[in-house]
Write a protein of this length. Structure first.
Ligand code: GAL
Length: 396
Protein backbone atom coordinates (compact mmCIF):
# COMPACT_ATOMS: atom_id res chain seq x y z
CA UNK A 1 0.00 0.00 0.00
CA UNK A 2 1.37 3.46 -1.01
CA UNK A 3 2.74 5.75 1.78
CA UNK A 4 0.29 8.49 2.49
CA UNK A 5 1.01 12.17 2.98
CA UNK A 6 0.39 12.69 6.65
CA UNK A 7 -0.03 16.41 6.60
CA UNK A 8 -2.03 18.03 3.86
CA UNK A 9 0.55 20.41 2.36
CA UNK A 10 0.48 24.20 2.45
CA UNK A 11 -1.09 24.39 -1.02
CA UNK A 12 -4.45 24.15 0.66
CA UNK A 13 -7.06 26.85 0.54
CA UNK A 14 -10.03 26.92 2.92
CA UNK A 15 -13.47 28.22 1.95
CA UNK A 16 -16.07 30.05 4.01
CA UNK A 17 -18.94 27.49 3.82
CA UNK A 18 -20.37 25.73 6.90
CA UNK A 19 -20.38 21.89 7.21
CA UNK A 20 -22.99 20.23 9.33
CA UNK A 21 -25.03 22.98 10.89
CA UNK A 22 -27.94 23.86 8.60
CA UNK A 23 -27.39 27.05 6.64
CA UNK A 24 -28.97 28.38 3.48
CA UNK A 25 -32.17 26.89 1.97
CA UNK A 26 -31.62 24.30 -0.74
CA UNK A 27 -32.91 20.81 -1.21
CA UNK A 28 -32.40 19.04 2.07
CA UNK A 29 -32.41 21.89 4.57
CA UNK A 30 -28.72 20.96 4.51
CA UNK A 31 -26.03 23.35 3.54
CA UNK A 32 -26.07 22.87 -0.22
CA UNK A 33 -28.58 25.04 -2.09
CA UNK A 34 -29.70 23.35 -5.36
CA UNK A 35 -30.05 25.46 -8.55
CA UNK A 36 -33.75 26.26 -9.37
CA UNK A 37 -34.99 23.60 -11.84
CA UNK A 38 -37.13 26.10 -13.80
CA UNK A 39 -34.47 27.76 -15.92
CA UNK A 40 -31.92 25.73 -17.88
CA UNK A 41 -28.58 26.98 -16.45
CA UNK A 42 -26.45 27.95 -19.49
CA UNK A 43 -23.78 25.45 -18.35
CA UNK A 44 -26.29 22.64 -18.91
CA UNK A 45 -26.79 23.46 -22.59
CA UNK A 46 -24.55 21.38 -24.87
CA UNK A 47 -22.82 22.71 -27.99
CA UNK A 48 -25.70 21.49 -30.15
CA UNK A 49 -28.02 23.55 -27.98
CA UNK A 50 -29.35 20.37 -26.32
CA UNK A 51 -28.90 19.55 -22.66
CA UNK A 52 -25.55 18.33 -21.37
CA UNK A 53 -25.53 14.83 -19.93
CA UNK A 54 -23.55 13.68 -16.94
CA UNK A 55 -22.68 10.00 -16.50
CA UNK A 56 -22.61 8.96 -12.83
CA UNK A 57 -21.05 5.59 -11.97
CA UNK A 58 -21.62 4.33 -8.40
CA UNK A 59 -19.98 1.17 -7.00
CA UNK A 60 -22.91 -0.71 -5.50
CA UNK A 61 -26.31 -0.44 -3.86
CA UNK A 62 -25.33 -2.98 -1.19
CA UNK A 63 -23.34 -0.39 0.78
CA UNK A 64 -25.88 2.09 2.14
CA UNK A 65 -24.19 5.40 1.52
CA UNK A 66 -23.88 5.02 -2.28
CA UNK A 67 -27.65 4.93 -2.57
CA UNK A 68 -27.69 8.37 -0.96
CA UNK A 69 -24.81 9.66 -3.08
CA UNK A 70 -26.52 8.55 -6.27
CA UNK A 71 -29.83 10.09 -5.28
CA UNK A 72 -28.35 13.42 -4.15
CA UNK A 73 -26.08 13.70 -7.20
CA UNK A 74 -28.92 12.89 -9.61
CA UNK A 75 -31.26 15.42 -7.96
CA UNK A 76 -28.70 18.20 -7.82
CA UNK A 77 -27.52 17.77 -11.41
CA UNK A 78 -31.06 17.49 -12.76
CA UNK A 79 -32.13 20.52 -10.70
CA UNK A 80 -29.22 22.34 -12.33
CA UNK A 81 -30.57 21.48 -15.77
CA UNK A 82 -28.37 18.50 -16.70
CA UNK A 83 -29.49 15.10 -17.93
CA UNK A 84 -28.17 12.28 -15.75
CA UNK A 85 -27.24 8.70 -16.60
CA UNK A 86 -26.81 6.95 -13.23
CA UNK A 87 -25.48 3.38 -12.98
CA UNK A 88 -24.71 1.08 -10.04
CA UNK A 89 -22.29 -1.75 -10.84
CA UNK A 90 -22.90 -4.26 -8.06
CA UNK A 91 -19.30 -4.06 -6.79
CA UNK A 92 -18.28 -5.83 -10.03
CA UNK A 93 -15.30 -4.17 -11.73
CA UNK A 94 -16.08 -5.67 -15.15
CA UNK A 95 -19.62 -4.41 -14.94
CA UNK A 96 -18.41 -0.95 -13.93
CA UNK A 97 -16.07 -0.85 -16.93
CA UNK A 98 -18.96 -1.87 -19.19
CA UNK A 99 -21.30 0.67 -17.62
CA UNK A 100 -18.78 3.46 -18.17
CA UNK A 101 -18.08 2.26 -21.72
CA UNK A 102 -21.83 2.56 -22.29
CA UNK A 103 -21.82 6.15 -21.04
CA UNK A 104 -18.89 6.96 -23.34
CA UNK A 105 -20.80 5.42 -26.26
CA UNK A 106 -23.78 7.59 -25.27
CA UNK A 107 -21.46 10.62 -25.62
CA UNK A 108 -22.01 11.95 -22.11
CA UNK A 109 -20.38 15.35 -21.53
CA UNK A 110 -18.79 14.47 -18.19
CA UNK A 111 -18.11 11.34 -16.10
CA UNK A 112 -18.37 11.19 -12.30
CA UNK A 113 -16.97 7.90 -11.04
CA UNK A 114 -16.87 6.32 -7.57
CA UNK A 115 -14.55 3.46 -8.43
CA UNK A 116 -15.04 -0.06 -7.11
CA UNK A 117 -11.33 -0.74 -7.68
CA UNK A 118 -9.40 2.38 -8.58
CA UNK A 119 -6.77 0.41 -10.48
CA UNK A 120 -9.09 -1.28 -13.03
CA UNK A 121 -10.36 1.68 -15.06
CA UNK A 122 -7.33 3.06 -16.93
CA UNK A 123 -8.14 1.54 -20.32
CA UNK A 124 -11.77 2.60 -20.22
CA UNK A 125 -10.82 6.08 -19.12
CA UNK A 126 -8.30 6.22 -21.93
CA UNK A 127 -11.33 5.91 -24.21
CA UNK A 128 -13.07 8.72 -22.32
CA UNK A 129 -10.02 10.91 -22.86
CA UNK A 130 -9.94 10.09 -26.58
CA UNK A 131 -13.60 11.15 -26.70
CA UNK A 132 -12.75 14.39 -24.84
CA UNK A 133 -14.96 13.47 -21.89
CA UNK A 134 -13.61 14.96 -18.67
CA UNK A 135 -13.58 12.66 -15.64
CA UNK A 136 -14.04 13.52 -11.96
CA UNK A 137 -13.04 10.87 -9.40
CA UNK A 138 -15.91 10.95 -6.89
CA UNK A 139 -15.03 10.10 -3.28
CA UNK A 140 -12.47 7.39 -4.23
CA UNK A 141 -9.33 8.26 -6.25
CA UNK A 142 -8.90 6.53 -9.65
CA UNK A 143 -5.38 5.21 -10.16
CA UNK A 144 -2.90 4.78 -13.00
CA UNK A 145 -4.46 7.16 -15.56
CA UNK A 146 -4.02 10.77 -16.68
CA UNK A 147 -7.68 10.89 -17.81
CA UNK A 148 -8.85 12.06 -14.36
CA UNK A 149 -9.16 15.87 -14.14
CA UNK A 150 -10.28 16.34 -10.52
CA UNK A 151 -10.97 14.45 -7.30
CA UNK A 152 -13.79 15.38 -4.91
CA UNK A 153 -13.89 13.63 -1.56
CA UNK A 154 -13.63 14.14 2.17
CA UNK A 155 -10.24 14.48 3.87
CA UNK A 156 -9.82 10.71 4.15
CA UNK A 157 -6.76 10.76 6.39
CA UNK A 158 -8.62 13.01 8.83
CA UNK A 159 -11.50 10.52 8.97
CA UNK A 160 -9.12 7.97 10.52
CA UNK A 161 -7.44 10.61 12.67
CA UNK A 162 -10.81 11.55 14.18
CA UNK A 163 -11.41 7.88 15.06
CA UNK A 164 -7.96 7.60 16.67
CA UNK A 165 -8.40 10.84 18.61
CA UNK A 166 -11.82 9.71 19.80
CA UNK A 167 -10.31 6.51 21.23
CA UNK A 168 -7.40 8.46 22.78
CA UNK A 169 -9.81 10.84 24.51
CA UNK A 170 -12.37 8.22 25.55
CA UNK A 171 -9.64 6.17 27.26
CA UNK A 172 -7.78 9.24 28.55
CA UNK A 173 -4.56 7.81 27.15
CA UNK A 174 -2.58 10.96 27.89
CA UNK A 175 -3.45 10.89 31.58
CA UNK A 176 -3.63 7.23 32.62
CA UNK A 177 -1.16 4.45 33.45
CA UNK A 178 -3.66 1.74 32.59
CA UNK A 179 -3.21 -0.45 29.54
CA UNK A 180 -5.99 -1.24 27.09
CA UNK A 181 -6.58 -3.86 24.39
CA UNK A 182 -7.52 -2.85 20.85
CA UNK A 183 -8.29 -4.60 17.57
CA UNK A 184 -8.41 -2.93 14.14
CA UNK A 185 -10.77 -3.62 11.22
CA UNK A 186 -9.88 -1.80 8.00
CA UNK A 187 -11.54 -1.51 4.61
CA UNK A 188 -11.30 -2.85 1.06
CA UNK A 189 -7.72 -2.97 -0.31
CA UNK A 190 -9.12 -2.17 -3.77
CA UNK A 191 -10.46 1.15 -2.40
CA UNK A 192 -7.78 3.83 -2.36
CA UNK A 193 -9.52 5.51 0.59
CA UNK A 194 -9.12 2.49 2.86
CA UNK A 195 -5.40 3.06 3.43
CA UNK A 196 -5.95 6.71 4.32
CA UNK A 197 -8.61 5.80 6.90
CA UNK A 198 -6.46 3.10 8.49
CA UNK A 199 -3.28 5.21 8.54
CA UNK A 200 -5.06 8.23 9.99
CA UNK A 201 -6.26 6.11 12.93
CA UNK A 202 -3.14 4.00 13.36
CA UNK A 203 -0.71 6.94 13.15
CA UNK A 204 -2.72 8.74 15.86
CA UNK A 205 -2.62 5.74 18.22
CA UNK A 206 0.90 4.50 17.38
CA UNK A 207 2.62 6.44 20.20
CA UNK A 208 0.38 4.61 22.70
CA UNK A 209 0.99 1.26 21.01
CA UNK A 210 4.73 1.93 21.10
CA UNK A 211 4.56 2.91 24.79
CA UNK A 212 2.57 -0.24 25.63
CA UNK A 213 -0.53 1.63 26.82
CA UNK A 214 -2.42 0.15 23.89
CA UNK A 215 -1.96 -3.55 23.20
CA UNK A 216 -3.16 -5.54 20.15
CA UNK A 217 -3.65 -9.08 21.48
CA UNK A 218 -4.11 -10.51 17.97
CA UNK A 219 -0.89 -8.84 16.84
CA UNK A 220 -2.66 -7.67 13.67
CA UNK A 221 -1.19 -4.19 13.21
CA UNK A 222 -0.81 -3.74 9.45
CA UNK A 223 -3.43 -2.71 6.90
CA UNK A 224 -3.02 -5.97 5.01
CA UNK A 225 -3.69 -8.01 8.17
CA UNK A 226 -6.96 -6.21 9.00
CA UNK A 227 -8.33 -5.28 5.55
CA UNK A 228 -11.91 -6.30 4.68
CA UNK A 229 -12.53 -6.98 0.96
CA UNK A 230 -15.59 -5.17 -0.41
CA UNK A 231 -16.12 -3.58 3.02
CA UNK A 232 -18.22 -6.68 3.71
CA UNK A 233 -20.21 -6.82 6.96
CA UNK A 234 -20.17 -10.63 6.87
CA UNK A 235 -16.40 -10.81 6.45
CA UNK A 236 -15.87 -8.31 9.28
CA UNK A 237 -18.20 -10.41 11.47
CA UNK A 238 -16.32 -13.62 10.69
CA UNK A 239 -12.88 -12.04 11.19
CA UNK A 240 -13.87 -10.62 14.56
CA UNK A 241 -15.45 -13.92 15.65
CA UNK A 242 -12.12 -15.64 14.85
CA UNK A 243 -10.14 -13.00 16.73
CA UNK A 244 -12.41 -13.25 19.78
CA UNK A 245 -12.18 -17.05 19.76
CA UNK A 246 -8.39 -17.02 19.41
CA UNK A 247 -7.38 -14.19 21.73
CA UNK A 248 -10.30 -13.35 24.07
CA UNK A 249 -11.87 -16.69 25.08
CA UNK A 250 -9.62 -16.77 28.14
CA UNK A 251 -11.34 -13.68 29.56
CA UNK A 252 -8.98 -11.15 28.00
CA UNK A 253 -10.76 -7.79 27.93
CA UNK A 254 -11.39 -6.02 24.62
CA UNK A 255 -11.49 -2.26 25.19
CA UNK A 256 -11.60 -0.99 21.59
CA UNK A 257 -12.68 -2.29 18.20
CA UNK A 258 -11.48 0.38 15.76
CA UNK A 259 -13.46 -0.10 12.54
CA UNK A 260 -12.88 2.10 9.50
CA UNK A 261 -16.54 2.35 8.47
CA UNK A 262 -20.09 1.47 9.45
CA UNK A 263 -20.60 -1.61 7.26
CA UNK A 264 -17.60 -3.30 8.91
CA UNK A 265 -18.55 -1.96 12.36
CA UNK A 266 -21.95 -3.61 11.99
CA UNK A 267 -20.32 -7.02 11.61
CA UNK A 268 -17.81 -6.42 14.40
CA UNK A 269 -20.54 -5.24 16.81
CA UNK A 270 -22.56 -8.36 15.98
CA UNK A 271 -19.55 -10.57 16.79
CA UNK A 272 -19.03 -8.75 20.09
CA UNK A 273 -22.71 -9.17 20.98
CA UNK A 274 -22.73 -12.88 20.15
CA UNK A 275 -19.17 -14.04 20.96
CA UNK A 276 -17.59 -11.70 23.54
CA UNK A 277 -17.97 -12.40 27.30
CA UNK A 278 -15.77 -9.68 28.78
CA UNK A 279 -18.72 -8.00 30.46
CA UNK A 280 -17.71 -4.51 29.25
CA UNK A 281 -18.98 -2.62 26.22
CA UNK A 282 -15.91 -2.05 24.00
CA UNK A 283 -15.55 1.27 22.15
CA UNK A 284 -16.60 0.63 18.54
CA UNK A 285 -15.86 3.23 15.86
CA UNK A 286 -17.40 3.67 12.40
CA UNK A 287 -17.92 6.01 9.46
CA UNK A 288 -20.83 7.07 7.21
CA UNK A 289 -23.81 7.51 9.48
CA UNK A 290 -25.62 4.40 8.24
CA UNK A 291 -29.08 3.91 9.75
CA UNK A 292 -28.43 0.53 11.40
CA UNK A 293 -25.25 1.88 12.96
CA UNK A 294 -26.96 5.01 14.25
CA UNK A 295 -29.42 2.66 15.90
CA UNK A 296 -26.51 0.76 17.48
CA UNK A 297 -25.11 4.07 18.71
CA UNK A 298 -28.41 4.83 20.49
CA UNK A 299 -28.34 1.29 21.96
CA UNK A 300 -24.68 1.61 23.08
CA UNK A 301 -23.44 -1.19 20.79
CA UNK A 302 -21.43 1.27 18.66
CA UNK A 303 -19.84 4.38 20.16
CA UNK A 304 -19.26 6.83 17.32
CA UNK A 305 -19.37 7.28 13.58
CA UNK A 306 -17.44 9.76 11.46
CA UNK A 307 -20.14 11.58 9.54
CA UNK A 308 -19.61 12.84 5.99
CA UNK A 309 -22.43 14.96 4.55
CA UNK A 310 -22.63 13.34 1.12
CA UNK A 311 -25.24 15.86 0.01
CA UNK A 312 -22.51 18.48 0.45
CA UNK A 313 -20.09 16.24 -1.43
CA UNK A 314 -22.61 16.14 -4.28
CA UNK A 315 -23.04 19.92 -4.14
CA UNK A 316 -19.30 20.56 -4.34
CA UNK A 317 -19.04 18.07 -7.20
CA UNK A 318 -21.80 19.95 -9.04
CA UNK A 319 -19.92 23.25 -8.76
CA UNK A 320 -16.64 21.70 -9.97
CA UNK A 321 -18.55 20.06 -12.84
CA UNK A 322 -20.29 23.28 -13.86
CA UNK A 323 -16.93 25.03 -14.00
CA UNK A 324 -15.38 22.29 -16.13
CA UNK A 325 -18.39 22.10 -18.47
CA UNK A 326 -18.28 25.85 -19.02
CA UNK A 327 -14.67 25.60 -20.11
CA UNK A 328 -13.05 26.84 -16.90
CA UNK A 329 -10.13 25.25 -15.01
CA UNK A 330 -11.34 25.06 -11.41
CA UNK A 331 -8.70 25.97 -8.83
CA UNK A 332 -8.39 27.28 -5.29
CA UNK A 333 -10.52 30.33 -6.03
CA UNK A 334 -13.57 28.12 -6.51
CA UNK A 335 -13.52 27.25 -2.81
CA UNK A 336 -14.83 30.73 -1.94
CA UNK A 337 -18.11 30.07 -3.72
CA UNK A 338 -18.64 26.43 -2.77
CA UNK A 339 -21.83 25.60 -0.82
CA UNK A 340 -19.83 23.57 1.72
CA UNK A 341 -16.45 23.91 3.39
CA UNK A 342 -13.76 22.26 1.26
CA UNK A 343 -10.00 22.57 0.96
CA UNK A 344 -8.29 22.69 -2.45
CA UNK A 345 -5.32 20.30 -2.36
CA UNK A 346 -2.70 19.90 -5.07
CA UNK A 347 -0.26 17.64 -3.27
CA UNK A 348 -1.85 14.75 -1.37
CA UNK A 349 -3.48 12.57 -4.01
CA UNK A 350 -0.98 11.03 -6.43
CA UNK A 351 -2.58 8.33 -8.60
CA UNK A 352 0.79 6.98 -9.80
CA UNK A 353 0.56 9.02 -13.01
CA UNK A 354 -0.16 12.51 -11.72
CA UNK A 355 -1.11 14.45 -8.59
CA UNK A 356 -4.85 14.95 -9.02
CA UNK A 357 -6.14 18.39 -7.88
CA UNK A 358 -8.65 17.68 -5.13
CA UNK A 359 -11.50 19.33 -3.27
CA UNK A 360 -11.64 17.82 0.22
CA UNK A 361 -14.62 18.28 2.52
CA UNK A 362 -14.50 18.12 6.30
CA UNK A 363 -15.75 15.07 8.25
CA UNK A 364 -17.32 15.27 11.70
CA UNK A 365 -17.79 13.03 14.76
CA UNK A 366 -21.24 11.81 15.76
CA UNK A 367 -22.04 10.10 19.06
CA UNK A 368 -25.29 9.48 20.92
CA UNK A 369 -24.92 12.96 22.42
CA UNK A 370 -25.08 14.95 19.16
CA UNK A 371 -27.38 12.97 16.89
CA UNK A 372 -29.51 16.10 16.51
CA UNK A 373 -26.74 17.47 14.29
CA UNK A 374 -27.75 14.88 11.70
CA UNK A 375 -31.38 15.92 11.88
CA UNK A 376 -30.25 19.52 11.40
CA UNK A 377 -28.77 18.59 8.02
CA UNK A 378 -32.26 17.70 6.80
CA UNK A 379 -30.91 14.34 5.65
CA UNK A 380 -32.15 12.47 8.74
CA UNK A 381 -35.25 12.63 10.94
CA UNK A 382 -36.30 11.16 14.27
CA UNK A 383 -38.63 8.18 14.15
CA UNK A 384 -42.13 8.37 15.64
CA UNK A 385 -40.84 7.60 19.15
CA UNK A 386 -38.04 10.16 18.80
CA UNK A 387 -35.58 7.38 19.71
CA UNK A 388 -33.88 6.35 16.49
CA UNK A 389 -32.95 8.21 13.33
CA UNK A 390 -34.32 7.53 9.85
CA UNK A 391 -32.97 8.81 6.55
CA UNK A 392 -35.03 11.36 4.62
CA UNK A 393 -33.54 10.10 1.37
CA UNK A 394 -36.07 8.25 -0.77
CA UNK A 395 -33.71 5.33 -1.43
CA UNK A 396 -32.47 4.53 2.10
C1 GAL B 1 -15.24 4.47 1.07
C2 GAL B 1 -16.07 5.65 1.45
C3 GAL B 1 -16.63 5.41 2.79
C4 GAL B 1 -17.27 4.05 2.95
C5 GAL B 1 -16.62 2.96 2.18
C6 GAL B 1 -17.53 1.80 1.93
O1 GAL B 1 -14.61 4.72 -0.09
O2 GAL B 1 -15.32 6.82 1.46
O3 GAL B 1 -17.54 6.44 3.08
O4 GAL B 1 -18.56 4.13 2.62
O5 GAL B 1 -16.13 3.39 0.96
O6 GAL B 1 -18.53 2.13 1.06
Amino acid sequence: MKTINKVIAGAVTLSMGLTLAACGGGNSGGSSPAAPAATQAPAAASSDGGTKTVGIAMPTKSLERWNRDGEYLKKQFEDAGYKVELKYSDNDTNQQNNDIQGMIADKVDLLLIAAIDGSTLSQTLGDAKSANIPVIAYDRLIMDTDAVSYYVSFDNYTVGKLQGEFVRDQLGLDSTDKTFNIEFTAGDPADNNAGYFFNGAFDTLKPYIDSGKLVIPSGKSTFEQVATPSWSTDTALENMQNTLASYYSDGTILDVALCSNDSTALGVAQAITSDYNGGNAPIVTGQDGDIANLRNIVDGIQTMTVYKNVNDEAAVTLEVSKAILSGQTPDASLTDSLPAKAAFDTESYNNNVKVVPSYLLVPDVITKDNLQKLVDTGLYQWDADKKYLESTAATT
